[in-house]
Design a protein. Sequence first.
Length: 201
Amino acid sequence: MKRILDQYFNKIFVVESLRDNDSKTGSDLYNNYLKLKAKQIPKLETELVTPNNPNEFMDFLNRLSKEVKTTDLLPFLHIEIHGSPEGLELGGKALKWEDMYPLLVEINERIGNNFLITLAVCRGNYLTRIMNPTQIAPIWGLIGIWGKAWDYDMQVSFREFFDELLSSFDYNAAIKKLNEANPDEGCSYMFYNCESLFRSE
């Protein structure tokens, strides 16, 4: 893979867990763009993961933790799940940020602090509130919002984000496209990395 702001990934996981009446924005992004685009990029793989509840989501993180230890997997997580300041909601059940934190730390540590997560999740940036500068970081970088995420915005904005990222391999340009894709009604996505977060403590 090409170098991207000193970070690497070789597989993009789209993790979607939405309500029955929701637009399946993650599946749409995966099926109609990402898995097709990945065929044009050597050694890049993609996978759609659809956990139905918190236990299945944690099983997925456990799987990643094992795979990054035994293979050359370098994951990039794009998550489309309902969220709150306290964590995620899957199948009507809550999963606190604190509950997933140790597994995120394991994954990030095993891949040399290269773990990037994009959170197409309401209030996803609240994950940063539990990061502790005296401990190993759970991510290298996080892209998300403090407020509410709208499905009509995500359908447009993250397609633009990945289109730019997988063409130019430039996070800065991709984040710019993410925020410019729907300027009138879009969400305000922000990028945080562990170094800048810990410097601000």
